[in-house]
Design a protein around this ligand. Sequence first.
Ligand SMILES: [Zn+2]
Length: 440
Amino acid sequence: MAMMGTALATPASAVDPHPTPGPRVTVEYFPEPGGEGRRTEVPVTTERAAGRSTARTADPTAGTTDGEVNELSVTGPSADRLDVVIIGDGYTAGQQDAFHTAAAAKWADITRVEPYASYQGLMNVWTVDAVSAESGVSGDPSADVTKDTALGSYFWCSNTERLVCADIDKVASYAAKAPEADLVVVLSHSAKYGGAGYSGLEAEGYPFDGVSTLSSDNEQSSMIAVHEIAHSVGLLADEYAYDGYGTWPSGEPADINSSTYTTRQMAAKRAKWYRWLGETDPTGGTVGTYEGSSYYPYGIYRPTSNSLMRALNVSEFNLPGREAMIAGFYREANALSSEVATGSAVLRTTRIKVSQAELTGLAAPELRWYVDGVQVKRAKGLTGVVPAALGVAADGRTHTVTVRSEDRSASIRDPQVRAETTETLTWTVKASGHKPRTHR
Ligand SMILES: [Zn+2]
């Protein structure tokens, strides 16, 4: 399913001393492993960085797997799934196996973190081969190193060592080869710590809003993607603050995990994460209101002392963040699908098969069946039914069969989020009592 745009508030940003013409977007990066993020603006395309490919006459990718799409983890139809596309950069024709191995390892790292772990069944993951002329990426190991690569990704973007930028036009052309790209991850072939999260790309005309870059062979880079995907999917704000930003200058933000309310105000207003106040949090503390969030140290609060939306030295979302992530997964995916069309009537003897996404751990999916709106309790959990066996009578009248999938997860407390997890399909069962005439 296509992602909705996410607008991140952009306070003052660092200025590139060597501006490149063309559109610029906000990126977030992490100067050191386990630390807090920083933000700046960079050009969308990177003609000035490396890229000798354009000067070549012969196609260096001829006879290679360039552009080949493979399934890393496909759990259902793209229309019903959050589709993640992973593209490698700095891998030569002979190194594509290494790319596939690195992509699988990075995705395994990301999905070790909850709620990604429990909700993998709502996601499809594809890899797209991008064949580079040279192995490795620019800026590794030092700023003066230049590599000719398919996506032009490079360290030292905007004079910042750990900031890995890429040519988003080239990224988009490879991402378009996958069935659907809701989220794009670029794996830059390197063992050096680095990465970035692009946001606001839909406003520049791209079919996806966010791109995460990360180095392929650095253990600690995985958390960058875990954090960046949370901006796109969970619409979560950063929970860190910059020294010198002073007091939050505006009113209550829209972000679900940032608030100007103190604990007492939040409870009284029944706003934001009030349902979680006082709970013991997976990050180790208690949910409350902790001053400093959304880049400002004063006058704005975050739900917990630390969380992976604040610093990458913890591998847990806090409870409000976890719930927002689950809401995001369901916003982009459907847990329930069926190949039996709901648009036309079925017979009493038609076998109705449905598939429910395989969810584990924190998730608690339920499947219930109804005839004319009344639940058939003994059919609970069945993924295939025949209306007659459910009790649809042959009485010459039209009846309905409904299946309802709902996630009863304890990680969800907001009724609106619960409603987002609930999906129903309804079939009309053709009136019968005598054998219907068959044509053809
Ligand atoms: Zn962030």
